[in-house]
Design a protein around this ligand. Structure first.
Ligand code: ADP
Length: 202
């Protein structure tokens, strides 16, 4: 069983776990999500870490995708091999750059989570790990981003055909604690039978 600081359990047994401080490149979920940029050619932060750990086959596939569809707009997602990672696949999504909140950033961030889940589920994937999209170089305030991330995943996961478990793998303790607080809040506001919040052991 995987480590988690907290989790949400849904009536149909599906779970959302919150782990950290942890490195998503070490995850053993079937797929991990990359907070990429529109060029898909690699960048800083988690993007650089994933390409570094996964090796050149990920970038090769990203280049093929860009040759076919052009750059990837914010809010969309595509899937490649996981290369040398333990995860079989990497889902690449582009979050919004935060510009004060009046540029549809909330909708775009929710769309990044939804699109990533949809592409993973379409590939029959059962477990998926997310980093905290847009809260690094893209500057999204973490409390706001965490509330959107947790709500969107909680709304999207229950109806998926294949996905059973989604993990938030958060790089630092501050981010992890903010996500755990967002999850607890969501469970308090939900009808008592639909989702249970549980503290974990990491
Ligand atoms: P964005 O450009 O979408 O803001 P960043 O990569 O700059 O993406 O940051 C997104 C989040 O990913 C930040 O919270 C950052 O601390 C975190 N992060 C960086 N490296 C890793 C890693 N190896 N595993 C998990 N999260 C990471």
């Amino acid at each position: 069983m995987s480590d988690f600081a907290a989790r949400l359990i849904f009536a149909n047994g599906k779970t959302i776990e919150f782990d950290g401080p942890a490195d998503i490149t070490k995850e053993v979920t079937e797929a991990i999500v990359n907070a990429a940029n529109s060029t898909l050619l690699g960048g800083g932060g988690v993007d650089a870490a994933i390409h570094h750990a996964g090796g050149p086959s990920i970038l090769q596939e990203c280049k093929r995708i860009v040759a076919k569809i052009g750059t990837l707009p914010a809010g969309k997602a595509v899937i490649t091999t996981g290369g040398r990672l333990a995860a079989k696949y990497v889902v690449h999504t582009v979050g919004p750059v935060y510009r004060g909140g009046r540029d549809h950033e909330a909708e775009t961030l929710a769309s990044s989570y939804r699109a990533s889940i949809e592409v993973a589920d379409d590939h029959g994937i059962r477990s998926l790990a997310f980093p905290s999209i847009s809260t690094g170089a893209y500057g999204y305030p973490i409390e706001k981003a965490a509330a959107i991330a947790v709500r969107t995943v909680a709304e999207t996961l229950p109806a998926c055909a294949h996905l059973q478990n989604i993990r938030f793998v958060l790089f630092d303790i501050i981010t992890r604690n903010i996500y755990v607080t967002a999850a607890e809040k969501l469970s308090r506001l939900s009808p008592s039978t639909s989702v249970i919040f549980e503290k974990g052991h990491s």
